[in-house]
Ligand binder design. Sequence first.
Ligand SMILES: [Zn+2]
Length: 412
Amino acid sequence: MKKLLFVLLIILGACESQNPFPYLPYQQQNTSEVAYVKLAKSIATNSKGVIANGLNYVELEVLAFNKLDIGVPLYDSKNDIIEVQTNGKNFQLRYPFRFSTTEKGSYSFRLKPNSIPVRDVNIEITAIEPVLFRPTVLPVIFHYFNHTAKPLSNSQKDSVSNYLSKLVGWSNKDFSNLSGSIDPNASDTGIQLQMAKNDIQGAALTWAGVNFIETGGTSFQSTKDFEDYTWQNCFWPPKKYINVWVALAPYFDPKLNGFSWAYFPDFIQGSSAYPPGLYGVMLHQRSAFSSLLSHEIGHMLNLFHVFGDCTRDADECADTWSYYRTVYDDQSKFSIEKTSCSSERFISTNLMDYGPSWNNTFTLQQALLIQQTLKECSFLPTKRNGYIHGRAFEDAERPTKAMVSDKTKLVL
Ligand SMILES: [Zn+2]
């Protein structure tokens, strides 16, 4: 036995003296030794600019490399300092390197030289002036379908109504850029949803914002059946309400099972009291999430999905990341990190993206499209359509900077 061990030791010793992988030079290098560092934008906030609202930020990071240009992942950048230069002024940015400002302009960032050599050029970031939109209040009526034979009790109605009112509150955060977005282009859209106070006749609703529909347990046989029923029984004037049908309706249609949907305002120039289709949102009862409500109302307000086939900008918004959704699905990676049509990596944050995503962001370009829709659409509860409460402020009255900074405080 002892003899065998001795032989083994000799073999091991012989192996050690030779590099078995001479074509992999890093085997012989100390890979953790930092040769140089450089500054980069963090992948989460990779963007050309940032909106100067004091809330959005761009995140920078210090990347370290060894002699062979291989990244040193465990480099500690906590003591590094970044010098920022703008309009002749200088200041320093310390870890974590998050830059936000309320002053528009060009900002130049550079790693302050320390004992480790710094490589590469400065990073330039443009801070864009925020656009302040007059708040537009849109009353929402949820038509809540009870699909069972037994009518809902008052306490059941209370809990449905409590949940839907919370849903509106969460969705309002999405529309106001208060959902914690990491996108430097995130913007307040000016939209504020509100649980409708009155029914069609003007009488106060017992449960604000909710119209309970008792189906008596009868089921719908097709999407058409459901929509015919809805059109006749619970489609309130779209010039006064945003209609949201909360139902299990799509269970009869395997293609739509579990899905929610909405209609685009294709009939922007319409002249009758009602649009030709069910202009509103069908929200599936089993997936009644606030991000889904914001997504579907986004469609109603003329926003398209951010993704497409990369032949053109899918949503015509230059400040959202476009990517090839079919390719993404085929890869089955289902990562929140995606690759844009222009091959840049980004973290998905947009509300008009499919998951996985943070789904908490509308950008400035999207907000501008929404505002255009509010101005032109014939079937939204806006001032244009005689709905005086469509805007909380008169045309002459503009939100002030103070109002914006109040909002900024809310997020902290
Ligand atoms: Zn969609």
